[in-house]
Design a protein around this ligand. Structure first.
Ligand code: AMP
Ligand code: MG
Length: 329
């Protein structure tokens, strides 16, 4: 049995996995009424909830501490204060229980948990808060075929939501607002090969929102939320389809918190149907940051003897998906 701890950004999550089976997946997330994530505050949130969430996870999994074989900890990439807090907690538990640590790359975990859907050899659309990449596995690495050239899709949605006075996380609120939109407002559409960009789109939609506040225009706030989703998700689906055609893959797998968006899922599905490919997405509790994906990949790594004494493990806030040596596949 492996226990996994996730703390790279907004979520403190703990889960237990046994032979690929998720026995529990407990979390507590930092949210705000108005602003975005303040890293030091998120870290403080993690410090406050860590013991309670850890205990709750053991209770839900119905296991004793001594049944745990090793501790998987998301050590990269992420917000440094949040990673540090998680690492401190993992090391404390490792010392208490006399266990080894498995350092898990958070992005790789978002991708590996997709295996639970039955997908075998997919192009991965990794649509997270800070990360947006089109990825496929080949020869010991996750290769990045396309990615955002500026901000992540989730940060983009959160930033726009913040501008509208909605708190963090903003993605679900934009989805809600957008479902009431009727009119499509043309917005900048930036794609270069398999790379996409959102900052021009963000500036433009903010200007359109400012105009709406000042004078009479023929669109509403709901129309803007709807159009933002249609435009940004079309970019992601176009880049994903290009990657699938280019490398000849017949599966698309969605990962990351923005993957919870039902409109994005619908657009991915339609594209896959049109080209005779299969579409896979894990459930929402495995898409948003969670401990289960850390424990799940942690167990695979443990079985490949990838674990270390606690003092040999450290955080790596900037590690990229394609920096990771995938020695477990
Ligand atoms: P992650 O970093 O993978 O945990 O994903 C967090 C991001 O997912 C945040 O930017 C959220 O705003 C975004 N998100 C969560 N649910 C939704 C949703 N239903 N639609 C769009 N974005 C979402
Ligand atoms: Mg994430």
């Amino acid at each position: 049995m492996i226990i996994g701890i996730e703390t790279t950004a907004h979520t403190f999550g703990v889960a237990v996995v046994d032979h690929g089976k998720i026995l529990c997946n407990v979390r507590d997330s930092y949210t705000t009424e108005k602003g975005g994530i303040i890293p030091m505050d998120a870290a403080k949130h993690h410090r406050n909830v860590s013991e309670t969430i850890f205990k709750k996870a053991l209770e839900e999994a119905k296991i004793a501490e001594k049944e745990i074989k090793a501790i998987a900890i998301s050590n990269a990439p992420g917000l440094a204060p949040c990673l540090s807090e998680g690492m401190k907690f993992a090391k404390k538990k490792a010392a208490e229980l006399g266990l080894l640590l498995i350092p898990v790359n958070h992005c790789a975990a978002h991708l590996e948990i997709g295996r639970i859907t039955g997908s075998k050899d997919p192009v991965l659309l990794y649509a997270s808060g800070a990360n947006t990449q089109i990825i496929a596995y080949a020869d010991g690495k996750y290769r990045v075929f396309g990615e955002t050239l500026d901000i992540g899709i989730g940060n983009f949605l959160d930033n726009f939501a913040r501008y509208l006075g909605l708190g963090f996380p903003g993605g679900p609120k934009i989805m809600e607002l957008g479902s009431k939109g009727k009119k499509f407002v043309e917005l900048p559409y930036t794609i270069k090969g398999m790379d996409v960009a959102f900052s021009g789109l963000l500036t433009n939609v903010k200007q359109k929102y400012d105009a709406l506040q000042k004078k009479s225009v023929d669109y509403t706030k709901e129309d803007l939320a709807y159009s933002v989703q249609e435009t940004a998700f079309a970019l992601l689906v176009e880049a994903s389809e290009r990657a699938m055609a280019h490398i000849g893959k017949k599966e698309l797998l969605l990962g990351g918190g923005v993957g919870c968006n039902t409109r994005l899922q619908e657009m991915c599905k339609k594209m896959c149907e049109a080209r005779g490919a299969a579409f896979f997405a894990p459930g929402n509790s495995l898409l948003i940051d969670n401990g289960a994906m850390i424990a799940y990949l942690g167990e695979i790594m443990f079985n490949h003897k990838i674990f270390f004494p606690a003092d040999e493990v450290d955080i790596n806030p900037r590690e990229r998906t394609d920096d990771v040596q995938v020695t477990w596949r």
